[in-house]
Write a protein that binds this ligand. Structure first.
Ligand code: CDT
Length: 319
């Protein structure tokens, strides 16, 4: 096969009291299962080592808050994960909270089976707020605890595949996938922690799973790449989060999907021939894209005024 057997290691809830060591032991168990199922690469969730701490209000410098970040990778608690992956010959994607000098990032890394870190991504689309909003059912304070990612959306040649990464809310933005699509990405790994609604009238519990699959299937199809997505899910400290971890083909079809809201390994043979073929046909970007018609995408942040062609150029009679 021209590609890689990919595992998605969905993780059930992590409570505040759970230690890194306990969590890493769960991850190692999932790696063992991945090995038994022939995986060469495994995707773990966003902020996989701790509970989803942006749901609580802290001040920067608070000891409880600071303890959620990693200042070295691997560190003492994560070293056993790297060692086990190396012993099993498996590469992995890991999401964690990164402390980088005075900055804080919501980060993911690609680790090769040798233990070498092939690449890093820092979350660009930080959802939620910087200040608490008691009118909601729960807080989502990523803008308080993380700086906006400063690495763009890099694609790395690793494990025989052109791999890219993104994190949770990034998956809802077409730009995320397209920037990687324009680098020829073949597999996008991503992790997420998605609450089943925090009281918003729309994008609430009823649509949470639909939006999850909708955005990722569209991103995979439009960019002719595999998407392997791992949830952290279940009820954390009373807050429910969606599961529905999945692997999506470059044709946009779900080829594997988790059935539980607990630790669960799903796997699929991700053949890159399928991605490469789709890139030569309908989504042959070089042949079909028209960047001159897309200028507002990079010139505007929010929606602005209408952009209308000259009436004469349209051949309208009243010009
Ligand atoms: N972790 C993360 O990015 N979660 C967001 C939900 C934010 S709700 C305010 C997501 O897009 O799933």
């Amino acid at each position: 096969m021209d590609g890689i057997v990919t595992g998605v290691a969905q993780m059930g809830a992590i409570q505040k009291a759970d230690t890194r060591e306990t969590v890493v032991a769960r991850m190692i168990e999932l790696l063992r299962e991945a090995k038994a199922r022939g995986c060469g690469f495994v995707v773990f969730p966003e902020l996989a080592l701790t509970t989803f701490f942006p749901r609580w209000v802290y001040d920067r410098g608070d000891a409880e808050l600071e303890a959620f970040y990693e200042d070295t990778m691997p560190g003492p608690a994560t070293r056993p994960l790297f060692d086990m992956a190396r012993d099993l010959g498996i590469g992995f994607y890991l999401g964690y909270a990164e402390k980088a000098g005075a900055k804080r990032f919501n980060t993911a890394i690609l680790v090769e089976p040798s233990g070498r870190i092939a690449g890093k991504y820092r979350k660009v689309h930080l959802p939620g707020h910087a200040e608490p909003d008691p009118s909601r059912l729960g807080e989502h304070l990523e803008k308080r605890y993380f700086d906006v990612g400063d690495l763009g959306f890099p694609v790395y040649e690793t494990m025989g595949v052109k791999m890219g990464m993104c994190i949770c809310n990034d998956r809802r933005w077409p730009e995320t996938y397209r920037v990687m699509g324009l680098q020829g990405v073949e597999l996008i790994a991503l992790g997420y922690n998605t609450p089943t609604g925090l009281g918003e009238p729309y994008q609430a519990a009823a649509q949470a799973n639909f939006h999850n699959s909708l955005t990722m299937q569209a991103g995979a199809y439009h960019n002719a790449c595999w998407v392997a997505a791992a949830a952290k899910c279940g009820v954390e400290e009373g807050f429910p989060m969606i599961g529905q971890s999945m692997i999506i083909s470059p044709l946009g079809e779900v080829v594997a999907q988790a059935a539980t809201l607990e630790d669960e390994l799903i796997a699929a043979r991700c053949d890159m021939k399928m991605a490469r073929y789709a890139k030569t046909e309908i989504f042959n970007l070089a042949r079909h894209r028209r960047p001159e018609a897309y200028r507002p995408i990079v010139e505007r942040v929010g929606a602005g005024g209408l952009i209308q062609p000259d009436r004469k150029a349209m051949g309208l009679d009243d010009a």
